[in-house]
Design a protein around this ligand. Structure first.
Ligand code: CDP
Ligand code: CDP
Length: 214
């Protein structure tokens, strides 16, 4: 049996991973999984149940309880949920509990795009296409600020920039599955690229990678 076709998209918060991964999935006819949602759902469960997100054992138990219906809620994508997500995501107990779900998704017969932090390094190290999407912290904070403003929320750019930097530090500094490009990942810096230009650059990477075996 041939390996499943997987496009792995990793990178820091607000680099444009989700926007790009969704477009690629549509364009190439692949399934799409936003793996950040899994960590966000565990973070939210912790919050709802009064569990300390820094308690590895308790957070691990919550991750093992996770069922697909926990992922349905639109509020998971909000800016605040990301902070709790990155705290629970530091625990090996949580990451291990979420691994099988991600790998099962990646094995789906039609192929898949997964986006997150460790798809190319840990979840799907054999993926034929790995793209590490980056942008400067300032650009990413500006994007998050604009997103919140568009939703009618009052926001402070300086505070968002601070939060983006803190999340970068936590995600890159943790000992388990730290945020870093796989050695064979292609870097895509979107600081000066709009969504369309980033999509075209990513398609060029995919089209130059090993072909999909039908
Ligand atoms: O998934 P991730 O947090 O990496 O980022 P995203 O949610 O896909 O994108 C964050 C925001 O940046 C969205 O509002 C996108 O529309 C915007 N964006 C952009 O302005 N330019 C890009 N090249 C990519 C995304
Ligand atoms: O959209 P954004 O990049 O802001 O966040 P996300 O992709 O939804 O991820 C939220 C948090 O979950 C990240 O800051 C990571 O700490 C964690 N995460 C992870 O550790 N591994 C993944 N594969 C995906 C997310």
């Amino acid at each position: 049996m041939t390996d499943p076709y997987v496009i792995a998209i990793d990178g820091p918060a607000a680099a444009g991973k989700g926007t790009l991964a969704k477009r690629l999935a549509e364009h190439y006819g692949l399934g799409y999984l936003d793996t950040g949602l899994l960590y966000r759902a565990v973070g939210r469960l912790a919050r709802e149940r009064g569990v300390d997100p820094d308690d590895a054992e308790a957070a691990g138990r919550l991750a093992r309880e996770l069922v697909p219906s926990h992922l349905d809620d639109g509020s998971l994508r909000g800016h605040e949920a990301g902070e709790w997500a990155s705290r629970v995501a530091a625990h090996p107990s949580v990451r291990t509990a979420l691994t099988d779900f991600q790998r099962d998704f990646a094995r789906r017969p039609g192929g898949a795009v997964l986006d997150g932090r460790d798809i190319g390094t840990v979840i799907c190290p054999q993926a034929p296409v790995k793209i590490f999407v980056t942008a400067s912290a300032e650009v990413r904070a500006r994007r998050r600020t604009d997103e919140l403003l568009a939703k009618g929320r009052g926001v402070d750019y300086a505070q968002i920039l601070d939060e983006v930097r803190q999340r970068d530090a936590r995600d890159s500094g943790r000992s388990t599955a730290p945020l870093r490009p796989a050695s064979d990942a292609r870097l895509l810096d979107t600081s000066d690229l709009d969504i369309e230009a980033a999509f075209r650059a990513a398609c060029a990477i995919v089209d130059a990678s090993p072909p999909r075996i039908p």
